[in-house]
Design a protein around this ligand. Structure first.
Ligand SMILES: *Cc1c(COP(=O)(O)O)cnc(C)c1O
Length: 416
């Protein structure tokens, strides 16, 4: 079992220590279904809490703007080399502080303001940074949006090809935030080749599945791939960019000095830990189990009368239309939270409700699988979710369910 070490804080800053203990308790005592979250190992926690946080190291290994980086260079090179091996990448930049700035650096590399790019609509599963109008990506670039098919609620590659051929974006982006089906990356490569576009994937959500070979890994044949490191990859809250060697220098310049200052070397150290863990055979079992659990949970919810967008899932996540229960996504999120079950409200494709109170919720299995839950446990989770949603307006019933959730979670300890 892993431990959050707070001995010093306990003595010297009990107020903050108390909050951190409370947050750990919340994480352990609830069912965490937010598909972009995970629980990190002792090794990742230790690296994050290390003295590497003290160092300024603007630049790259061997070429820094500050002295004293001999050891830091070894740490950053270790992270880079492990990432290359894990994903079969030619060039890796481990400095982006998070997923959004990683995407920004890629656009900065390949596009001029006003240039055309193409990504999936936020309301149908894309990310804010894939061209939404409130985001820098939509403001700075002419980001065209593709959607999913109304019947199947999945990608229609022929329609994407048609739109891309007509619009000729300079960059074609695949990889999503709320898409429950496996992505045909080869098709995206073909479409990009057809129109001479840069072929980019943002595998933030599924990079753990790609690293384990459970889903196709686009890194070897895409021009550029970004990923966060804290989702299914189970590392620290951060990101990286992987690309063809020919783009490496431009990508590096876009990250620093283009967008960021000093890299967060303690987080880079933690990424190195996570990449090593992801290369161990156990991680492949983990990634396989994530998908098995998601399929089982989807099946359970479906049998209990909820509607799954696209009919189910091939990934770690699913979109659940909760309107068959006569409630909205927001009401579902609130009710579940009262029962210590955490998820987020989410639009479903062609949603007729507003994004603030959409028809669905988005749930996933990376955290539960890290806690060693298996298919039979997904039946219990599905039953608890269903019970909470059926009693969405009954606070005392939700309190009862919360105590069942607490008891259930005690079987799956993680942080002591
Ligand atoms: C989570 C996510 C991001 C953003 O990552 P942050 O670290 O939250 O900035 C970008 N793209 C996709 C597809 C994501 O799922």
């Amino acid at each position: 079992m892993y431990k959050q070490h707070l001995d010093y804080l306990k003595k010297h800053d009990p107020e903050l220590e108390g909050y951190l203990e409370d947050e750990k308790a919340r994480q352990m005592e609830g069912i965490e279904l937010i598909p972009s979250e995970n629980l990190v190992s002792q090794g990742v926690l230790e690296a994050l809490g290390s003295v590497a946080t003290n160092k300024y190291s603007e630049g790259y290994p061997g070429k820094r703007y500050y002295g004293g980086n001999e050891v830091i260079d070894k740490i950053e090179n270790l992270a880079i080399n492990r990432a290359k091996k894990l994903f079969g990448a030619e060039h890796v930049n481990v400095q982006p502080n998070s997923g959004s700035p990683a995407n920004m650096a890629v656009y900065w590399t390949f596009l001029e303001p006003g240039d055309k790019a193409m990504g999936l609509k936020l309301s149908e599963g894309g990310h804010l940074t894939h061209g939404h109008k409130v985001n820098f990506s939509g403001k700075l670039y002419n980001f065209l949006q593709y959607g999913v098919d109304k019947e199947t609620e999945t990608l229609d590659y022929a329609a994407i090809l048609e739109q891309a051929t007509k619009e000729k974006p300079k960059l074609l982006l695949s990889g999503f935030t709320a898409y429950p089906r496996e992505i045909d990356f080869k098709k995206f490569r073909e479409i990009a080749d057809e129109i001479g576009a840069i072929c980019m994937a943002d595998i933030s959500h599924i990079s753990g599945l790609c690293a384990a070979g459970v889903h196709e890994n686009p890194v070897p044949y895409f021009d550029v791939v970004t990923t966060t490191t804290h989702k299914s990859l189970r590392g620290p809250r951060s990101a990286m960019i992987m690309c063809k060697e020919e783009f490496g220098e431009k990508i590096n310049k876009a990250v620093f000095p283009g967008l960021q200052g000093g890299p967060h070397e303690h987080v880079i150290a933690a990424k190195a830990v996570a990449f090593k863990e992801a290369m161990e055979p156990e991680f492949k079992n983990y990634a396989e189990q994530i998908v098995k659990n998601a399929k089982k949970l989807a099946q359970t919810l479906n049998e209990n009368g909820l509607r799954l967008v696209s009919g189910g899932t091939d990934t770690h996540l699913m979109l659940v239309d909760v309107t068959p229960f006569g409630i909205s996504g927001k009401e579902a999120e609130t009710a579940l939270e009262k029962a210590a079950i955490y998820c987020n409200k989410n639009t479903i494709p062609f949603d007729t409700r507003s994004p603030w109170d959409p028809s669905g919720i988005r749930i996933g299995t990376p955290v539960l699988t890290t806690r060693k839950m298996k298919e039979k446990d997904m039946e219990s989770v599905g039953a608890l979710i269903t019970e909470a949603l059926h009693n969405a307006k009954d606070d005392s019933k939700l309190r009862e369910i919360k105590s069942k959730v607490l008891k259930f979670c005690e079987q799956f300890p993680f942080y002591e």
